[in-house]
Design a protein around this ligand. Structure first.
Ligand code: 13P
Length: 248
């Protein structure tokens, strides 16, 4: 399985930042990395990011509506993201679960909507600091998988799970290697139990939370780590390119 190195720009990205996409696309074209890459940007930037990338790297969205269309003022459907040129979408990021109070069921509905529109879905899960301290990290993430991943999966390639411990996002704090290994093994087990060995073992499980050029190689070498979802370090092409190179 190839690594997937995915960027999540969050609420960053004006036209001026398209130069970062150009720099990543140029590096990917020049070095032909073995890893798959993806840059997820705000909905307003998708079509321009797609133009800038001009087929050299795929562009994704950061959220989508659960419905295909309708009276949902301000929401963006998965079909609209696809229409703008996106090929993937992040759903259930912890920031949306927290600030927008998205439930597991809402996240599952969004993932289904993504698939109906022909987008790959990156479903995010992760425990809080308190949950980890109380010994509930594994059960929390298992419950999130049970509730946020739709029942049926047409193809393992249209799903990635991103394990992002909330306390590691934007903090510079990282789980210990053995904690990542334990969690990713548990996620793998949840996926093979749900979808069977053949499909379950081909779903990529990304790690996210303070991934930087300095720690990417070590993280990506861990068993069941199929890539990374990168926030802050993805905003600068030099850092994101270094993380892509770490997947070699
Ligand atoms: P940071 O890489 O900034 O910690 O963010 C991780 C994240 O939330 C990616 O979705």
């Amino acid at each position: 399985m190839q690594y997937l190195i995915a960027a999540n720009w969050k609420m960053h990205g004006l036209a001026a930042q398209l130069v970062e996409i150009e720099a990543v696309a140029a590096a990917v074209t020049a070095t032909r990395p073995k890893a798959d890459t993806l840059i997820c940007v705000p909905a307003t930037l998708i079509s321009r990011a797609v133009q800038t990338a001009s087929g050299r790297i795929p562009i994704g969205g950061e959220d989508c509506g659960a419905e295909d269309a309708g009276a949902f003022t301000g929401d963006t459907s998965a079909g609209m993201l696809k229409d703008a040129g996106a090929s993937a979408v992040i759903v259930g990021h912890s920031e949306r679960r927290h600030y927008q109070r998205e439930t597991d069921a809402a996240v599952a509905a969004k993932a289904s909507a993504a698939w109906r529109a022909g987008l790959m879905a990156i479903i995010c899960i992760g425990e809080t600091d308190a949950q980890r301290r109380n010994g509930a990290a594994i059960s929390t993430c298992g419950d999130q998988i049970a509730g946020s991943v739709p029942e049926t999966l047409a193809d393992p390639g249209i799903l990635a799970i991103a394990y992002e411990p909330l306390w590691a996002i934007g903090t510079g704090h990282m789980p210990a290697a053995n904690e990542i290994v334990e969690m990713h093994a548990h996620i793998r087990q949840c996926l093979t139990t749900r979808f069977g060995q053949a499909a379950g073992k081909h779903i990529r499980i990304l790690y996210g939370g303070s991934v930087k050029p300095a720690n990417a190689r070590e993280i990506l070498a861990l068993p069941n780590v199929g890539g990374a979802l990168v926030g802050g370090a993805s905003l600068h092409a030099a850092d994101f390119n270094a993380i892509i190179r770490a997947a070699e």
